[in-house]
Each structure stands twice: as structure tokens, then as C-alpha cells.
Design a protein around this ligand. Sequence first.
Ligand code: FAD
Ligand code: DLZ
Ligand code: SF4
Length: 513
Amino acid sequence: MTTLIPILGDQLCLDISSLEDADPDDSIILMMEVAEETTYVRHHKKKVAFILSAMRHHAERLRGRGWTVDYVTLDDEDNQRSFTAEVARGVERHRPDRIVVTEAGEWRVAAMLDSWADRFDADVEIRADTRFLCSHGEFDDWAEGRKQLRMEFFYREMRRKTGLLMDGGKPEGGKWNYDSENRKPAQTDLLTPKRISFRPDDITNDVLDLVAERFADHPGTLDGFDFAVTHEEALRAQRRFLDEALARFGDYQDAMLTDEPVLWHAHLSAYINAGLLDPLDLCRKVEAKYRDGDVPLNAAEGFIRQIIGWREYVRGIYWREGPDYATRNFLEANRDLPGFYWTGDTDMHCLAQAIGQTLDNAYAHHIQRLMVTGNFALLIGADPAQVHQWYLEVYADAYEWVELPNTLGMSQFGDGGLLASKPYASSGSYINKMSDYCGSCRYDVKDRTGENACPFNALYWDFLARNHDRLKDNRRLAMPYRSWERMAKEDKLALRAKARNFLDDLDAGTGAA
Ligand code: FAD
Ligand code: DLZ
Ligand code: SF4
């Protein structure tokens, strides 16, 4: 009895569910580099290089453990370019009785896997992805019958389920959430933790050549590629985070500093999502750091919440809402995303920093994604489908299950408040409070309507005014709407005219933006 086990590019761990009860003597693992996956969007060059190199290293690791791995490279002359066509070739080569595969991470690929049972003369078993704490069924049970879905309540369930930071039946320290102690702006004179770099080996260098040749028209640069591409390297990156950055993760979670792309963030999402790191194991290590007295509770709790709270919650929403979630557009926004999202060429310093770092590193931290690039796209009324595609392309950690709810739901309010309780819209003052960007910007963050006024200011009020009918009943927007109503008529008109001019310039591709 032969079993064929396809392992996809984001399933790179030894304990993936498809291998659970498999026997190396009668199993063949199939790994496929295929054009459909590398080009369904124009992924950042570093993202493609990371995934292909990590796949090739994982194949070596599996072989080292006694598995037979049939690995199809992108430049294989016979490569049929898609998962299904390559599995068909694999079936021809190995004549398996069974195909066992772990479920895919997005609707597009899930539909492919679902078609295999009819297509192939073999039993097909699709297994749940046990790297996640919360199964689809459990999430649906939790969500069923609730008027509103809120991450905070879901997160408490996950704390109880895992026992992480629990003190008997109660949360450690008496509170579930210590965010009120977080969100401090960072100072430029603070010593930020050093990033960790990994030198490309021969396997990675081959991949870098392949990507440079085939994906020259994809965004971003390959220069300075220093990603971890093996499980061992990812563990070293994890150790660096635990020892050097975690202690201040909570305090500076929302801070932004010029030319500091990582700050106290983990910089681990690409590794977690591809399977190189185990999210629950990471959380247990974070808890141990707290219990050993090495890091404060606000840091440990804040970090664990991102993983067992937000990460699991957005996945639950993605699968619960179905494939048409990607088409929602509650605010009926339809402006094209400005061209500078692909170049970073803008006078707005905050955007130039966030986009420039994204194109350089295939990474930006959460608050840059949410309050700079996301906020700007929201304020200008960018088409959420285009915004979604941009985020899916440019980040090394982007797979639809996690990127789409964060972008369309959290950042663009495209689902009308299903995921987030209010739109993350803000004027320049938020960016000024949390960063040092405004000090070296050609715009004046304190000015709203003058020639050099920060564009975020007029855009913010214009956003509220434009969407009044859709958003007026949102209780979390009651304050800003009250301020808008109290504003003098001429101020309102001036703000809206300023925004109109800016948007006209943006559409025409002229102006200082
Ligand atoms: P840290 O800030 O150090 O956080 C630690 C870990 O928590 C992350 O590695 C990640 O695994 C998890 N995490 C934190 N916030 C979230 C969140 N909101 N959703 C899911 N997991 C979270 N994350 C992705 O993994 N892939 C994406 O494609 C992605 N797209 C995003 C798009 C937008 C518009 C926004 C606002 C957020 C997006 N995020 C995405 C969430 C978050 O920004 C990244 O997980 C984080 O920036 C990764 O960097 P880090 O490892 O340094 O994370
Ligand atoms: C993102 C990606 C890329 C760029 N290339 C491949 C590939 O060639 N082969 C592969 O197995 N996976 C790749 N991936 C990741 C897949 O797109 C991912 O596994 C699916 O989105 C399913 O979640
Ligand atoms: Fe961004 Fe406005 Fe600050 Fe310039 S002044 S960095 S545009 S928020």
C-alpha cells in the first residue's frame, strides 16, 4: 500500500498532520515548486526566495529523517505549473493507493484539494491543520449565536484552553489584558535590539538566481537576503527575540522610528506561518520567560495575545466567512491604490518609510501596516480588493487566511465591523505621537489646511464626513463625529476642499504626494 503525501510550501514542519501516522517505508512525500503558486499574485521577490529555499531545505531535512521525497523544482522541464497537475504526474509515477494531505491555507487551494478525490484513482484524505489551536468547528461553535464577534472574548477561551498565563481558573495578575501599560512611543536614543542575519548557503544562492531570473517584474529587491530558511535558523531567530526584544515588546508595540524596521517586534511571522516555528511552543517559551522573572507580564501577555488571540481569531473569521469575504466593500471605496505603494516615492515621510522598508525587507511591523499604509488607503477610499492584493504581494508572511481578514476587515473596514469594532482611521496626530517620522517630513503635522498641511489631517475629517451615513451609529466614533458637528462651517468646508484637492492630485498622479 503506497501513500502519496503532498506537502505544501507553508507546511514545513515534521509534525504536520499529513505525516502523523505515516510510515517512511511505504510513503512518498511530494513537494512541488509550481508557477501557479509563485505567480497567482506578484509576490515580493524575497517572499518567493524565502519559501522556495525553505521548501528545499525542508526536503533535505525530511530525507535526513528517512523519508522519500519526490521534489519538483520550478525549472524542471516537465513541470506542469500547478499543484493539481503535479499531483497528477506524481500519481502516474508512484501509483499510490492513498493521497493524504493537510488542508490548505486558503479557499483557492482548498478547492484544488477538494477536486482530487474525483480526479485521481486513489483514496484522498484531507486532514485538519493541527498547528492551529482552534479548529474550524470550534470557532464556529464559539461564534454561533453571538451578536458580535470580538477577539477579546475569543482570546479568553484560548487562554483557558491552553492554560497559558493562567492562575488556576483566573488570569495571571488578575487581568486578561495589559494593553493599558503598552503603547508607549519610543525615543530615538533607546538602544534597539540587533537584528539577526543568516548568510545564504548554496541552496539559497541557487534559489536567489532562479528568482532573479524569473521574477524580475515582481515587487521588492533580493538585495541583502538574510532570512532564516531552516528550522534551526528560525529557532535562533526565535531565541534572539526571547532574549533581546521580548521584555520591551509590550511597551513599544505601537512605536515607530525612522530607519528602524523591526524595533522590539518578533520578526518571526514568516517563519511561524511557513511552519518553521511552532506558535504554541513559542508562547510556552514566552510564558517561561515571564515565570522566570526575565520579562514583565505586560510583554508576555501582549505577545501571547497576538498569537493565540489575533492569529487564531483572524483565521476563524477567514474560514467562517467563506470565499466571498474577499469581495466585501462596506464603505464602497473604489479609488486605485496610488503608484507610490510600489516605489515608496512620496514626500509623506511615514509612508516613504513604511513602503520603502516593505520593498526592501518584505516586512513591516504591525503598526506601520495598520496606521500608516492601511490608514492612508482607508482615508483615501482605496478599493479594498486592491489593498488586499498589495498586502498579499509584499509581505513574506502573507497567506490569504491571515492577510485578508487583517487587511479587508481590520484595516479597511470592508466587512462593516465584523472583525474590528471601529475603522482604524486617524489623522497625523496619531503618527506624530507614536513616531519620530513627522520631524523629518516636508509636511506640517500640526497644520490642517495650509499649503504644507499634513495630508492625513484633512483626509481624516473628509473620511468621516464622506462616510457619515455608514458610520454615524458606531459608538466608538461618537467623539470624533461630535467634534465634526461642532466644527465651524468654514473649517469643515476648508478641510473638505483640502482633501478634494489632494485626492484630485493623487488621481491625476500629480502634486506632492
Ligand atoms: P509581532 O508584532 O512581534 O507579533 C508577534 C506575532 O503575533 C506575529 O509574528 C504573528 O504571528 C502574530 N500576530 C500579531 N498580530 C497579528 C494579527 N493581527 N494577525 C495575525 N497574527 C498576528 N500577519 C501575518 O502573519 N500575515 C499577513 O499577511 C499579515 N497581514 C497584515 C495586514 C494588515 C493590514 C495588518 C494590519 C496586519 C497584518 N498582519 C499579518 C498582522 C501583523 O501585522 C503581523 O503578524 C506582524 O506585523 C508580523 O511581524 P512580527 O513577527 O514582528 O510580529
Ligand atoms: C506562496 C508560495 C509560493 C510563492 N510558491 C510555492 C510553491 O512553489 N510551492 C508550494 O508548495 N507553495 C508555494 N507557496 C505557498 C502556497 O501558495 C501555500 O501553501 C498555499 O497558499 C496554500 O496555503
Ligand atoms: Fe506622515 Fe503627516 Fe507626519 Fe508627514 S507630517 S510623516 S505625512 S503624519
